[in-house]
Design a protein around this ligand. Structure first.
Ligand SMILES: [Cu+2]
Length: 235
């Protein structure tokens, strides 16, 4: 539905779009029906000369049906939506498929810091690559992300992945994504996190295997050098 405007570039983006489409269609159907009936009754039973308004208690069975039948039908629609979205929620938020890559996302007022695990795939080692604002990832690799906040509640949102997760200070929240296409796209903070909230830009750069390998090679050497320099100076 929104794919012409925001590309769908994660393995679960289409599942989420499908749920949103289902909800839009079901809710839209009942909305149009209810508003149509309201306007129709306003017209049919409008004020006419010589006709007195009738007082309706709504207690008779024929009148109560106007409420009870739509109520049962709408509850059935709700159950149908719950059955459709439950597996998608479980897939995105509860399941944690094995990681091929790891990245730490650190939010603060008002910037993003990203720590890539580097060539060894382990965080908190000498070859970790720290970047501000830009998150470099490889297409087709399953990433685990660790979300951390240095101050207040922020929201990590990658619209092209249909991914959104709040970041709570004092907690590390783990989730996953796998990109299905390349390009540069927005990362947004989706919590009003202070006066500079609107100035908290981020970008995700989804690269091919070759592009990402050369980015890794270029930056991990730099980070190893800078991580080992202080030790060398001490000796
Ligand atoms: Cu924020």
């Amino acid at each position: 539905m929104i794919e012409p405007y925001v590309a769908a570039l994660s393995t679960y983006a289409k599942d989420i779009d499908d749920v949103i489409m289902l909800i839009t269609l079901l809710v839209g159907f009942w909305f149009l029906l209810a508003q149509g009936a309201l306007l129709g009754f306003c017209w049919v039973y409008r004020k006419r000369d010589g006709q007195k308004a009738q007082y309706i208690t709504g207690e008779e069975k024929s009148q109560m049906r106007w409420v009870s039948i739509p109520l049962v039908l709408i509850v059935c629609c709700d159950i149908y939506i719950a059955l459709a979205d439950g597996p998608v929620w479980a897939k995105v938020k509860e399941d944690l498929p094995p990681a091929e890559r790891k990245v730490r996302v650190i939010a603060q007022q008002w910037a993003w810091t990203f720590v890539d695990a580097g060539p060894d795939g382990q965080l908190d080692t000498a070859d970790d690559i720290t970047t501000m604002t830009d998150l470099h990832v490889e297409v087709g690799k399953l990433y685990h992300f660790e979300l951390q906040s240095l101050d207040v509640i922020h929201g990590f949102s990658v619209p092209v992945f249909r991914l959104k997760q709040d970041i709570i200070p004092g907690r590390t929240i783990i989730g996953w994504f796998e990109a299905t296409g390349t390009g540069t796209y927005d990362i947004q903070c989706t919590e009003i996190c202070g006066i500079g909230h609107g100035l908290m830009p981020g970008r995700i750069i989804i690269e091919t295997a070759e592009q990402h390998a050369s980015w890794l090679a270029e930056h991990s050497e730099l980070s190893v050098a800078s991580n080992t320099l202080p030790q060398a100076a001490q000796e």
